[in-house]
Design a protein around this ligand. Structure first.
Ligand SMILES: Cc1cc2nc3c(=O)[nH]c(=O)nc-3n(C[C@H](O)[C@H](O)[C@H](O)COP(=O)(O)O)c2cc1C
Length: 474
């Protein structure tokens, strides 16, 4: 698979010609506008009357760097300060925060509880304090999670999965035995209560909304594909969305005034694996269709938005307006979730030009926005665009294909890219994320996440040497 590096596109015409040659449908504005009339600078009014100051959104980015009892550390604070100083006015969740200890994705994930409340208040306040200018147009939410199949609450290297159904491919890939117990309906009912309690705490911590995470293979997302699960929480679309509806009902009844958002993997593919040349290839299909991709068309590598559209209709009917669109999972098909030039070590090489992955997320988001123009939609997976990120972002927002442009990895290297774009300053090219995936490779090897190639802070840390050694061995 050969394709050009984004940094090599020196002119808009060059990029456009290359996209056309590769048949990648990705539009962008040649010229960026700054100042109060710039599309990305436009305020956005939510139905509840709150006005978000511009169209940049910081996506949730965890760092595997909390204390073992679920509190933020200096690393976490530094990252949240960067989120604040970015200039983005929508902070989607900060980072995944477990609603209870057994739902952590790693032993250093944040937990929301009475014990950690003071620390979470301080974390949010640090973000606000670092934000340049006014803060009455800054909307900050907290992402609530249970990691389900991908829970590693006590040991970074050991999965302690809590699953809703036996997935033929993922069970095999991650070593689950057929006798591994499923979460019972009673377990799920207790977890619903934990989400509601967490939402109440989030409100006390000053967060304006909670994200009931439904993405990336974690538990909320697994519900959406639980087509084989018997009982109240599986099978029909109605049953697969019961978990969400019950949490929302609980929050509405017990936490008045707290807004709710949902980040959803609106499409998914079959798990991928390294092929003979390490290039990613889909796991072979067992049977005629692949049934476990929410938003999939049954082939394992195609999209059908019928159910995601129904999901958005459901959100609207629940009076949920804040929706963040993402796709796939970092555990079994990372190239569709976070397109990158180099995979995390131990991963597979990109099976497509990563720009195809960016264009796919933008197209899905645009289709969903067309379907529900009334919802406030955030798009994801822009970081691979690098120098061209602002041009694509401006086009997407200007043409109403999304209301907000969400930024993930770019926030680790160059958080103030948003501020530079809004002010019309030239980009600082040396700080642009080049998607080397060290921010994923590091935690997969038990280290804190951060930008080791570009951020001087992480470059100088002893973990940088350890990471280099891990990569050499891989
Ligand atoms: C190091 C790292 C941590 C992440 N943490 C979270 C998280 O806590 N919650 C979440 O929903 N997504 C998380 N993501 C996914 C990002 O929010 C985002 O969807 C992804 O990186 C693609 O956007 P980008 O191209 O701007 O990076 C994480 C991604 C990375 C690389």
């Amino acid at each position: 698979m050969s394709y050009r590096r984004v940094a090599s596109f020196k002119t808009a015409a060059d990029l456009r010609a290359s996209l056309a040659q590769s048949q990648i449908d990705l539009a962008f504005d040649d010229v960026l506008t700054s100042g109060p009339n710039a599309p990305l600078a436009q305020p956005y009014r939510l139905p509840n009357g709150f006005t978000i100051g511009n169209r940049f959104c910081v996506l949730p980015m965890e760092g595997w760097d909390g204390t073992t009892d679920g509190r933020p550390t200096e690393f976490t604070l530094r990252r949240w300060r960067h989120f604040g100083l970015s200039g983005a006015k929508l902070i989607w969740g900060g980072e995944a925060t477990a609603v209870r200890p057994d739902g952590r994705a790693n032993p250093n994930q944040l937990i929301i509880s009475e014990q950690t409340l003071g620390d979470l208040i301080a974390l949010r306040e640090a973000l606000v304090a670092s934000h340049p200018g006014r803060t009455d147009d800054l909307l900050i939410g907290l992402q609530l999670t249970h990691s389900g199949r991908f829970a590693r609450p006590t040991d970074k290297k050991r999965l302690e999965p809590q699953i809703l159904y036996h997935h033929p491919l993922l069970d095999r890939k991650f070593g689950l035995l057929p006798e591994h117990a499923l979460m019972s309906d009673d377990d799920i009912a207790r977890l619903v209560d934990d989400y509601v309690a967490a939402a109440r705490l989030a409100q006390r911590a000053g967060f304006a909304f909670v994200d009931i995470k439904h993405c990336h293979g974690y538990l909320g997302h697994e519900f959406l594909s639980a087509v084989d699960r018997p009982g109240r929480y599986g099978g029909s679309f109605e049953n697969r969305t019961r978990f969400l509806r019950e949490i929302v009902m609980g929050i509405r009844a017990n936490v008045p005034g707290l807004e709710i958002g949902v980040r959803v993997s609106a499409f998914d593919f079959i798990p991928f694996r390294p092929g003979p040349d390490r290039v990613g290839e889909p796991e072979p299909l067992e049977g005629k269709t692949y049934r476990y991709a929410f938003g999939g068309d049954g082939t394992g590598v195609g999209i059908d938005l019928t159910e995601p559209c129904a999901f958005l209709d459901l959100l609207a009917s629940l009076d949920i307006h804040l929706v963040c669109i993402t796709g796939g999972s970092p555990y079994y098909n990372p190239h569709i979730q976070r397109p990158a030039i180099s995979p995390p070590s131990a991963g597979y090489l990109p099976p497509e030009d990563p720009l195809t992955g960016v264009a796919r997320q933008i197209a899905v988001t645009a289709a969903l926005k067309r379907r529900r123009p009334d919802l406030s939609i955030v798009g994801s997976a822009y970081s691979y665009l690098q120098e061209w990120l602002p041009n694509v972002a401006q086009y997407v927002v200007r043409t109403r294909q999304a209301d907000f442009v969400g930024l993930g990895r770019m926030m680790l290297t160059y958080p103030d890219m948003c501020a530079d774009v809004l002010a019309g300053r030239p980009l600082q090219r040396k700080r642009i994320c080049r998607t080397f995936s060290d921010c994923t490779t590091a935690p997969r090897n038990g280290l804190v996440s951060g930008c080791y190639p570009l951020d001087e802070f992480y470059k100088a840390r002893p973990e940088a040497n350890q990471l280099a050694e891990f990569k050499r061995q891989a």
